[in-house]
Design a protein around this ligand. Structure first.
Ligand SMILES: *Cc1c(COP(=O)(O)O)cnc(C)c1O
Length: 428
């Protein structure tokens, strides 16, 4: 078996006996998955997820830490179960995500983030006895206290502070500046901590930050950590117990061809985060989402039609923006490869879906080996914010999801049916 292109460890081209090179997920040719489960199809590699969690754990080995996987990146129950088995906790941002975690795991390592937690959602989390609430405003703190009081319980809180650190990423996924809706300005945090400390139903337990997503430069993480370390000192001088420092998520992944070794990237990230906090005796919570599951998943799609408008060539595929909205929403550039790697000349094409929007594209003016109608393409690095952001726009049923482990594939979410899409509606 010769590997023409290494895409470690999840997706690799392998040559079969006829010397044809085909894209595999672990030991399985993805073509077989497409035949068995149809397209568009999300395929995840369990081994890739496992190895990425291991790389994280290793990078943070010098400090007591818990990886609280950010559920919003990919919330499939099988993904959550696998991560739970690997020792991960979870970062949830809604009652729905909490319910997903509770379907597979206890809540002892769950942190609850988000700027708009409803009282009902917080009650469910207090009942489940989660580890930590990351509170984002004075009003939220008041509502949480009332919830805990009603349930005759105590909620552990951290304030999410806004460190006012620029993150150098897409504006939609940058969150750590004062102009953003997230967190509490540092100058207000002390007063809120004092208020929390006076309540018999709240327990001050930590501090949290999250500066944004898809950040590959360690400098902003280091700046945020430094800011947090200073605040931990001040809060302790005020008499608060600050046991947990939740540094959020946001480590980016390279979406283009040149793949840096993940262990290097995560090590540089860990060093930037840990250095300012070393010696404070805190327990670190890290909330990676994308960097754990992104490269572990691909979206398989079949070429429906080739067409040309004027001089421009289009490849129309059966997946669309409703299945993977990242290119339309964030100008994301996913690498797209033919599943069968035969030698052929490249051409410049737009790869587009069937949805009635010009924003429905996966790539524009992209060089791709000339593919035929009926062929399969794989859109890589689609494991995070892919299925999680999928919708039913154009009344399209969302894709099925498959988890591969070695030579076996498990259907972890079957394809929706059109009947399911309309079941909740009444025509009269
Ligand atoms: C989105 C989010 C994360 C995860 O971000 P990634 O970029 O996927 O690592 C972590 N924490 C919070 C509070 C978030 O909002």
């Amino acid at each position: 078996m010769s590997d023409a292109i290494e895409r470690p460890p999840g997706f690799t081209y392998r040559s079969d006996l006829k010397r044809q090179s085909r894209l595999c997920c672990e030991q399985l040719p993805v073509e077989r998955l497409a035949e068995r489960f149809g397209t568009p199809l999300y395929v995840y590699s369990a081994r890739a997820i496992r190895e990425r969690v291991r790389a994280f754990d290793h990078a943070f080995k010098d400090i007591e830490h818990t990886i609280c996987y950010s559920v919003k990146a990919n919330s499939n129950l099988a993904v959550l179960r696998l991560l739970g088995e690997l020792g991960c906790g979870f970062d949830v941002v809604s009652g729905g995500e909490l319910a997903r975690v509770l379907a597979v795991r206890r809540a002892e390592k769950v942190v609850f983030s988000g700027v708009g937690k409803a009282a009902q959602e917080m009650e469910a989390a207090v009942r489940a006895k989660i580890l930590l609430f990351n509170v984002e405003s004075a009003s939220e703190l008041r509502v949480l206290e009332a919830c805990a009081a009603r349930l005759k319980s105590t909620a552990s809180v951290a304030l999410r502070v806004n460190p006012d650190v620029p993150a150098d990423t897409h504006p939609y996924i940058s969150t750590g500046l004062e102009k953003h809706k997230f967190g509490v300005p540092v100058c207000e945090a002390r007063e809120l901590y004092a208020r929390a400390a006076r309540s018999p139903h709240l327990r001050v337990a930590g501090i949290s930050v999250h500066i944004g997503s898809q950040i590959t430069n360690p400098t902003p993480f280091s700046a945020a950590s430094q800011r947090v370390a200073e605040i931990v000192g001040e809060l302790r001088r005020d008499g608060h117990t600050i046991l947990y420092v939740d540094v959020g998520g946001g480590l980016g992944i390279p979406y283009q061809q040149q793949r840096e070794e993940f262990s290097h990237l995560v090590r540089a990230y860990a060093e930037a985060v840990i250095a300012p906090l070393q010696g404070l005796g805190v327990k670190l919570l890290v909330e990676p989402g994308r960097s754990i599951v992104g490269p572990a998943g691909a979206l398989l799609t079949r070429v429906l039609y080739r067409k040309a408008n004027g001089g421009k060539k289009f490849i129309v595929v059966d997946a669309a923006m409703n299945d993977l909205i990242r290119p339309a929403l964030y100008q994301a550039e996913h690498e797209i490869v033919p599943v069968e790697m035969a030698r052929r000349a490249p051409e410049i094409v737009d790869i587009v879906g069937p949805v009635c929007e010009s924003g429905d594209f996966f790539a524009r003016a992209r060089s791709l080996p000339a593919v035929a109608e009926g062929e399969l393409l794989a859109i890589l690095d689609a494991g995070a914010y892919g299925m999680a952001l999928a919708s039913n726009y154009n009344s399209r049923a969302r894709p099925a999801e498959v988890m591969v482990e070695g030579k076996t594939a498990k259907l972890i979410r079957r394809r929706e049916t059109i009947a399911e899409l309309i079941r909740l509606e009444r025509a009269n």
